[in-house]
Structures are given as C-alpha cells and as structure tokens.
Ligand binder design. Structure first.
Ligand SMILES: Cc1cc2nc3c(=O)[nH]c(=O)nc-3n(C[C@H](O)[C@H](O)[C@H](O)COP(=O)(O)O)c2cc1C
Ligand code: SF4
Length: 412
C-alpha cells in the first residue's frame, strides 16, 4: 500500500488551509453535509449548537476514528491515504467552534495510529494549527466508539455509553460542550472550508449532497473501499468493484447496525438515506455486504449476533440479559433445535430489548436479527424443521477483531 500523503504533498494537491474560514457552521449547513459515522445527523447544525453553547472554559472537538463497526474499513482507508484532510477538517472546525483541544480517537491496535501520529508531528513542526491536535487510544470494543462512551473515556477513563441527556454538544468532555464527528465527516468539512458549499453540492442528490466512502465486501470481484456520490445505484457500486461473483441471497446494507435486504428489495436501490427509506434501510457506516447464496445466512447472522451480544458494556438489562438470550435462542434455530415456545420467545425478546438501553446497541442488534429472520424466511422455515441445505463451512463476512476482556472498558 502506498504511504499516506505527506503534509507537503497534501498542500500541493488541496491548496493551503484557509485561515479566515468565514462562518463555517453556516457553510456546512448550506452544503447539506450529514455525518458519516452512522446516524446521518446534519453536521452544520451540531457544529452551530456547540459554537453557540455557553462556556467560559471553552469547548472540545472530538474526531471519531475508532471504526468500531467490524465490517467497515473506510475510516482506516481514509486515514491511511489522506490523514491531513481529516486533520484539516478538525483544525477548521476547532477554530470555528472555539475549541481549546481537538482529539482524534482511535481504537487500541488501530493501524491508523502510526500514520496519524506522523501527520500530527509534521503539522506541529511547522506550527500549522492554532488549536492543539491530540490522539487518544480507546479500548477496541464496539460500544467504546459510541460518542458518549468516547466522552466518558476522555473524561474519566471509562469507555461506557450513557446516551441520556445532556448530550455531548451541551456537556461533553470534562463537562464542556463537545463536538463529536466521524473522521470522514471532518474530511468533507475540510473540503467545504476550501471550496465552499456550492462546490460540495455539485455531486450527490439535492437532499443528500456530496460523496461518501463505502466499504464493499462479500461476493464481489474486487472488494474494498470506494468513494461514490450519495444516491448512487447499488448496481453501479457492485459494477465498480468488478460485479458479484456468485448468486446472492441477501445484502447487508449499513453494517452490523444496518439491515438485511433481499435481492428483490436491493434491485434498483439507490444508496442514500432517502433511497433506503422505502425498504426501511439505512446507510449506517457505509457498509455493503453481498452474501453468496452458497452459505447459510442464518449461521452467518448467528455468528455476528454472538459477537454483538459479547460486545456490550453489560451495564443495562437488555444487554446483560436480553442479547445473550436472543443469541442462544438464535443458535438453537441454526442447529434446528428451536421449538415453538423458543420461536415466540425470540420474537418477544427482540421487541423487549428495543429502545430499552442507555445507547442504541440493543436496537441495532435487534434490527440485524429481525431483518435476517424476514429476508431469509425460507431458510428459517427449513431450520425450524431441522434442515439446512448449505455446507457447514462458514463464509467469513469479515475479520472480526479479537474481543478484549470486559474490564478493559471499566465495566460497571
Ligand atoms: C455502539 C455504537 C458504536 C459506534 N461506533 C462508531 C464508530 O466507530 N465511529 C463513528 O464515527 N461513529 C460511531 N458511532 C456513532 C457515534 O455515536 C456518533 O453518532 C458519531 O461519531 C457522530 O459522528 P457523525 O455525526 O459525523 O456521524 C457508534 C454508535 C453506536 C451506537
Ligand atoms: S445499552 Fe448495552 S451497550 Fe448500551 S450502554 Fe447499555 S449495556 Fe452498554
């Protein structure tokens, strides 16, 4: 892999960083940029809220580069190619909101750490940034990269989510108003700061302008990360990566917190929040996974579910009791050993855990399971009658990171 662009190469390609960036929150709002970390929240609105929050002790900026979503590689790809674009966006936004610190968070063991550290050192050497840029390493657990968990980690060394008011934009790191955005979001901010909102709107859709990074994986000829415009047809993305290499039984769009779609639902699909709305889907972290029909979709879903159940911080009921019970019951279904009572329990529990946690981990997990049950109905019925026609061998959707011990996140 080619090394990332040096500061000099980066400035030659993109031009100098604007010093007086005007009203950046207004420009970002006019550009229509939405967050690329999963929820798609309007970035300018969040930025304006933090800038307007009263605070005599200043504000904090956090860049979420943890990439907790196991099927996603886009943030690592971005930081490995263009770390300065992300740091530019952080620097511009930090100045615009009056931040006193700007912290880029990476997971423990992240391959991005070396590249980003070098890039930060290059900028320090030339005294490029008014607001000091820092790097923080957070535990490599899925929920540790949820924004309130990052705030808790940076404040008191416990990466536990507490998504209850006040939100980070009101009271975040060390009690200060905190802007948390995904690293790709900051890269877009850097480009809007340089080229303006009109330029940003020249691609994408009017409601969702700009480009996005997608991680495309599964049964495609050349899996990897691509930059495409918002609203691009799924078929065009698959084509870009050499096309699918096998009959497909379903697509996972958005990642482990996204949803499964049948090939019929995916046909003619455009990749944007609007485009996915009709099928109840979401872009999430920009993952597209094409599952080949040759593998058992239920054993794949069961494997991911086991991982998700294990990843919670275990501090709320739905995660402590609900997800492990759902996972065990789903495993029984996969083994063809689920009776009628177990089947109705599984459905009841999926409803019970939704909306009951401090963060959205149980909701995302329940959505993953419910959509698997609906998209792979035929396989579900066969398994309920004790049959599976697929080979036993599991298709590895992606390399799941190792699970460190729960105490690493300071479990409550
Ligand atoms: C369990 C969980 C894990 C998450 N992991 C990430 C992550 O690794 N990276 C990320 O940018 N956002 C992640 N998010 C979303 C963040 O909480 C937050 O919404 C995002 O960083 C905001 O950035 P954006 O507005 O630029 O999208 C996660 C959310 C949840 C519920
Ligand atoms: S819902 Fe689950 S993951 Fe979220 S804070 Fe509670 S225990 Fe942790």
């Amino acid at each position: 892999m080619a090394p990332p662009l040096t500061l000099q190469q980066h400035l030659k390609l993109h031009g100098e960083l604007p010093t007086g960036s005007g009203n950046l929150p207004a420009a970002v709002t006019a550009a229509g940029l939405r967050g690329r970390g999963g929820a798609g929240f309007p970035t300018g609105r969040k930025m304006a809220a933090v800038a307007a929050a009263r605070s005599v002790r200043g504000r904090i900026l956090v860049a979420n580069g943890a990439e907790g979503e196991p099927a996603s590689r886009k943030d690592t790809f971005l930081l490995s190619h263009a770390p300065h674009l992300v740091l530019d966006g952080m620097a511009l936004a930090a100045t615009a909101i009056g931040a006193r610190r700007a912290v880029l968070c990476l997971h423990e063991g992240s391959p991005s750490l070396g590249w980003v550290s070098e890039a930060v050192a290059e900028r320090r050497l030339v005294g490029m940034d008014r607001v000091p840029l820092e790097i923080a390493v957070v535990p490599a657990r899925y929920v540790a990269s949820e924004e309130s968990a990052l705030v808790n980690w940076l404040t008191r060394g416990k990466a536990l989510p507490t998504t209850k008011p006040p939100r980070p934009d009101q009271r975040g790191v060390a009690g200060l108003p905190t802007l948390v955005n995904n690293v790709e979001t900051y890269a877009h901010v850097a480009l809007i700061g340089r080229h303006g909102e009109r330029w940003f709107r020249t691609v994408g859709t009017p409601a969702e302008p700009g480009t996005m990074l997608l991680t495309v994986t599964g049964a495609v000829a050349d899996p990897g990360v691509v930059e495409v415009e918002m609203g691009v047809p799924l078929s065009a993305v698959l084509e870009l990566l050499g096309g699918v290499t096998a009959p497909i039984s379903g697509y996972l769009i958005g990642g482990y917190f996204g949803r499964w779609l049948s090939p019929a639902q995916a046909s003619g699909l455009r990749l944007s929040a609007d485009g996915l709305q009709d099928v109840g889907g979401m872009l999430g972290a920009g993952v597209v996974l094409a599952l080949p029909a040759s593998v058992c979709p239920l054993s794949e879903a069961g494997r991911v579910l086991r991982w998700l159940a294990d990843q919670s911080a275990g501090q709320c009921g739905p995660c402590r009791f609900g997800l492990p019970a759902i996972s065990m019951t789903f495993d029984a279904l996969c083994r063809g050993q689920l009776d009628r009572t177990g089947w109705s329990r599984l459905h009841r529990w999926l409803g019970d855990v939704t909306g009951r946690g401090a963060c959205h981990h149980p909701d995302g997990t329940a959505r993953f399971v419910s959509t698997a049950l609906s998209v792979f109905q035929e396989e579900v019925q066969m398994h309920r009658h004790g049959r599976c026609t697929h080979p036993r061998a599991s298709f590895t959707v992606c390399d799941l990171p190792q699970t460190p011990s729960r105490t690493a996140v300071g479990q409550a």
